[in-house]
Ligand binder design. Structure first.
Ligand SMILES: Cc1ncc(COP(=O)(O)O)c(C=O)c1O
Length: 347
């Protein structure tokens, strides 16, 4: 993100340094204060109360995803995910020798999702909820269908909800995000939830995330590891997450206003500077998934834009569905966004 750090976060970190409190934390039992706050935040924000006994601190969200893959599946097993997909998920499957099962994105494609799952029999689904890179928001009916499919085909769902604070819509509407574990009691027992303050509050370099394990076998497996096997949380990252989640609401609301303006503005900017490109406004995230196939077969949009001075994520990184696409980060001011898109168009 191209925004200053939330004042609540910088004040808390400055105070930590001022006190010289960078030694071992004095938190008592695990999980960390940030992980405990996660329980409160989920309850207040989405009406879902994770079991604190099943909450684990992590270094990052990807670590949680990989732990679940490692402990719940074996080499050669199939794992399903909606594609185009956040590329570290795809890389995880390749590096870990799992077989990727691609699912189509869209509430109107759930029947297809079910057919593919029935055919391919994946053991696990990585649900990127909301979805990176398309910005798709899974609503209750779609989530309920996915939960039914999971139940019918004995699928474990790893729900990555790192973008859930970045869902657009009325901030007082608690239904704008529904944690997958909150869909039903049955869904909860098949779900591993991973999330972090790092995406919405731009703290990704600090390395802290949290995992809630609704799935009994995985929870048992995790408990069988000795303490510190997966490391221990970073005091700076935990303090930052606590500050963000306790006192960061105003900052986040202001950021959401800018992101909302940008996602709308991009429609006109693309029409003006990249006519022929196609873009569906994201329901969530600060990412724009842009189809630039109009640039011609064989053209590599990322390279063209790079030559014009703009760095975007290349679509093919997100799987074959990303061919001809790019992913643009919109977390900047409207003025900078305008410069970016003007430059993308060669202006
Ligand atoms: C869907 C998704 N999951 C995970 C991450 C990375 O999180 P972490 O750095 O905590 O692994 C990102 C970062 O962009 C993301 O978009």
């Amino acid at each position: 993100m191209d925004f200053p750090v939330a004042p609540a976060v910088s004040a808390r970190l400055a105070a930590l340094v001022e006190r010289g409190a960078l030694g071992y934390p004095n938190w008592g039992a695990t999980p960390s204060p940030a992980a405990r706050l996660f329980v409160e935040r989920m309850t207040a924000r989405w009406g879902w109360t994770p079991d604190v006994e099943r909450v684990h601190d992590l270094a990052d969200v990807l670590q949680g995803v990989r732990i679940a893959i490692e402990l719940l599946t074996g080499p050669g097993d199939a794992i399903a995910l909606h594609t185009p997909a956040y590329h570290p998920f795809l890389n995880s499957l390749t590096e870990m020798g799992r077989r990727t099962v691609s699912l189509p994105v869209g509430a109107d494609r759930v029947d297809e999702v079910e057919r593919i799952i029935a055919e391919e029999r994946p053991r696990l689904m990585i649900l990127c909820h909301p979805h990176n890179p398309t910005g798709h928001r899974f609503d209750r009916p779609e989530l309920e269908r996915i939960a039914e499919i999971a139940e019918a085909h004995d699928l474990i769902v790893v729900s990555d909800e790192i973008h859930s604070d970045l869902v657009h819509g009325d901030p007082s509407d608690r239904a704008r995000h529904l944690p997958f574990a909150a869909v039903s009691e049955v869904a909860a027992r098949r779900t591993v939830t991973v999330t972090s303050a790092s995406k919405a509050f731009n703290l990704a370099g600090l390395r802290w995330a949290v995992m809630h394990v609704g799935h009994d076998d995985l929870e048992e497996r995790l408990r069988s590891f000795p303490d510190h096997f997966f490391g221990a949380p970073n005091i700076v990252a935990v303090e930052a997450a606590v500050a963000a989640w306790t006192d960061g609401a105003e900052w986040l609301a202001a950021v959401m206003e800018v992101l909302d303006e940008n996602r709308h503005r991009l429609v006109d900017l693309l029409a003006e500077h990249l006519p022929g490109s196609r873009y569906r406004m994201p329901d969530a995230t600060y990412l724009a998934w842009i189809d630039c196939s109009h640039l011609g077969e064989g053209a590599v949009p990322r390279d063209i834009f790079r030559e014009r001075g703009v760095e975007v994520s290349p679509g093919p990184q997100f799987g074959s569905e990303g061919s001809g696409h790019v992913r643009l980060n919109m977390a900047t001011s409207p003025a900078v966004l305008e410069r970016i898109v003007t430059a993308m168009g060669g202006g």
